[in-house]
Design a protein around this ligand. Structure first.
Ligand code: IMP
Length: 177
């Protein structure tokens, strides 16, 4: 499909900023005294994590993990590969996985299994978006920003074949005809 899509706004920059502040406040309260490690899943979660970390007012650290992405389409293969591992040991740490969107659930389910084996003190999930209609594997989301319809969404870190990641708002792609 060579056609240029239009982007229909779902959440404005202001709405995202407000929700991120609320999530950060919850995490700040729940993790007081626990020095949590926020693990951003690259690439999609970097913008979300950058805003979240600045709004969390208790001491914490950030690290990143990178997994294989969809390639150049909008469909998941269901196969998840670890491309870049954490630089921090997590044994005994309170870990919060930071995800951009939970779609089929394969990415999170795989990562949770990998990280659980390293025996963190606790392991939670914070996802900006959830697309529950597409779920294939059950995963629990402890902190959720917004639920989205079954559409391909872009912006605020989320891409379509590496495009539209930089947008400060979130929208879905619409193709004519
Ligand atoms: P899952 O493994 O199917 O849950 O997919 C998770 C990953 O797929 C997310 O971290 C995103 O990188 C990507 N993804 C899933 N849905 C979308 C979407 O609508 N827009 C952009 N990326 C998506």
């Amino acid at each position: 499909m060579n056609e240029e899509p239009t982007i229909v706004t779902l959440f404005t920059e202001e709405e995202i900023a407000e929700r991120v502040q609320e999530l950060a406040a919850e995490i700040t309260e729940d993790y007081a005294g626990k020095n949590p490690l926020l693990v951003g899943i690259l690439k999609g979660a970097w913008m979300f994590l950058a805003d979240l970390t600045r709004a969390i007012t208790i001491p914490h650290q950030c690290d990143f993990i990178r997994v294989s992405s969809y390639g150049s389409g909008t469909e998941s293969t269901g196969e998840v590969r670890l491309l870049t591992d954490l630089s921090t040991p997590i044994r005994g740490r309170h870990v919060i996985l930071i995800e951009d969107i939970v779609d089929t659930g394969h990415t999170l389910a795989t990562l949770l299994n990998i990280l659980k084996e390293r025996e963190p003190a606790s392991l939670a999930v914070c996802s900006l978006l959830d697309k529950p209609e597409r779920r294939e594997v059950a995963v629990h989301i402890d902190y959720l920003g917004f639920t989205v319809p079954n559409k391909f969404v872009v912006g605020y870190g989320l891409d379509w074949d590496e495009r539209f990641r930089h947008l400060p708002y979130i929208g879905y792609l619409e193709f004519e005809g």
